[in-house]
Design a binder for this molecule. Sequence first.
Ligand SMILES: [Fe+2]
Ligand SMILES: [Fe+2]
Length: 218
Amino acid sequence: MGQAGSREEKAVFPEARQKIDDTPLLHIGGRFEDPGRVPGMRRLRPGSAHNVYIPVLPQVASLPGGGSDWMAQNVIDILKQEHEMVLSQFSELSSKGTSNRRQKYNSIKENLIPHMIGEEQAVYPRLMESGMRDMALEAIEEHNAVRTLLGQLDSASTSEEDVWVAKLKVIEENVEHHISEEEKIFPQMQQKMSSDVLSSLGSRYEEAKRSAMPVAAR
Ligand SMILES: [Fe+2]
Ligand SMILES: [Fe+2]
């Protein structure tokens, strides 16, 4: 996505500035605006031929969450929900006697890895720009540690359950620690960023995460 939209936009507005993530800008009242921030506009699902923005119908806009899973949601709300989900998945899998262990482990990774990539690509760069560089750098290192541990568990056999569970628990502890540190950043984000910025960041996070998911899961 983005390429067709860029060409289209440049043809209409040759002087239009193009943002890093290739989101086209709307020309409103002599200014270029991010359509994601314009009240009453919503973006069509990525994957369409162009970045197309359409008006939100009043009855849809009044529904909780805007009535669409593609309405911008505050990035903090999204991340908190996903943290809860992944922690509950870890909790189930770290109990002994769990069935379908490998399948459940794969399911954790399918959630956790796109979540980390979404944060690295969309959220952490914004933290760095907003005076929270050290926190973002530490979070990236914690992600890397989790990836290393996941890589080790990938090649471990599930036949010795107690050994496998011990390894999983170490990953769980790392993820819990990381999430607790990450959530300490949220109040600062709320202080430093407007709700429009947090919603726009929510959209960018969802896009980055989606691009990191297996095609069938998008
Ligand atoms: Fe997170
Ligand atoms: Fe994270």
